[in-house]
Design a protein around this ligand. Structure first.
Ligand code: ADP
Length: 251
């Protein structure tokens, strides 16, 4: 049952405090609302490109596709890859919007999880991924699927943006567990390091399109790690390589 707030018997200080709390709440709501608005407008912008590519190929096929096998093949391939892209975008946007309270937490052995993700990559790509582990019980309290997703995003990026050997390390440091993914690839300038965690941000849009990038991988990874009370940071030297570090409280 709701109780009516008895404002008459409150002191000025109390009322002032209530007003402050209320204003903070409004600010907070407004900030979230603005963020949502930016997200929706960025998302529709990102979806417009694949939609218009699919549309123009469909029109091209209708006009000249019938007796033009080369054009037929090119169009079908382009439509297929753009639809894949839209699918990825929609899946990733849903991940970002997901209600956090539905997530189930448990003890997760981070080194074992990392090594299993690496195995999946090694099955699919011909790349050298070195794994090392320092310490025994490298356990964190978290959601397996989400943590797997983060490891996946970081290794996938290292593969996309370097041609070198990739080093993945899990170790313990000051009550925390660190997971590092290092590559000797193109690196990220200091200016871009500040922006790579922004939604839809890609340093080289054209190249990222070729590799199927959406600019949502790192924001998703950051959101997941923050929800786990951890930190995701980047260190990089342009032209030399990049290290992404996840820091999570030890369980
Ligand atoms: P994308 O889907 O484009 O990979 P991300 O959010 O995962 O989106 O990454 C954002 C951008 O950060 C990428 O487009 C790329 O320019 C840059 N980036 C991410 N990881 C690396 C890396 N290991 N080396 C160099 N650049 C990277």
């Amino acid at each position: 049952e709701w109780k009516k707030i008895d404002t008459e018997n409150r002191s000025k200080d109390e009322l002032y405090e209530m007003e402050q709390t209320f204003n903070d709440m409004i600010d907070h709501l407004k900030e979230n609302f603005d963020k949502q608005e930016v997200f929706v407008s960025d998302a529709s912008h990102e979806l417009k490109t694949p939609i218009s590519i699919v549309k123009s190929y469909a029109q091209l096929l209708e006009r000249r596709g019938k007796d033009n096998p080369d054009l037929w093949k090119e169009s079908i391939e382009a439509i297929d890859s753009e639809v894949d892209r839209m699918q990825r975008l929609v899946e990733q946007m849903l991940l970002l919007a997901k209600n956090k309270s539905e997530v189930n937490y448990e003890q997760v052995e981070l080194a074992a999880l990392t090594s299993s993700v690496i195995q999946t990559f090694q099955g699919a790509y011909d790349r050298d991924i070195q794994f090392s582990q320092d310490g025994e019980a490298l356990t964190v309290y978290g959601n397996v699927d989400q943590l797997k997703q983060v490891i996946y995003i970081l290794i996938d990026n290292a593969i996309k943006y370097s041609d070198s050997t990739i080093h993945v390390k899990v170790c313990e440091k000051d009550e925390n567990i660190l997971l590092q993914v290092a590559d000797f690839g193109q690196g990220i300038s200091e200016k871009d390091q500040k922006r790579v965690f922004d939604r839809f941000y890609r340093i080289d849009k054209a190249r990222s399109r070729e590799t199927g990038g959406t600019g949502l991988g790192l924001p998703i990874a950051k959101a997941i790690i923050t929800a786990h009370r951890g930190n995701l940071t980047v260190e990089s030297i342009l032209g030399r390589g990049t290290v992404f570090t996840i820091q999570l409280p030890i369980s």
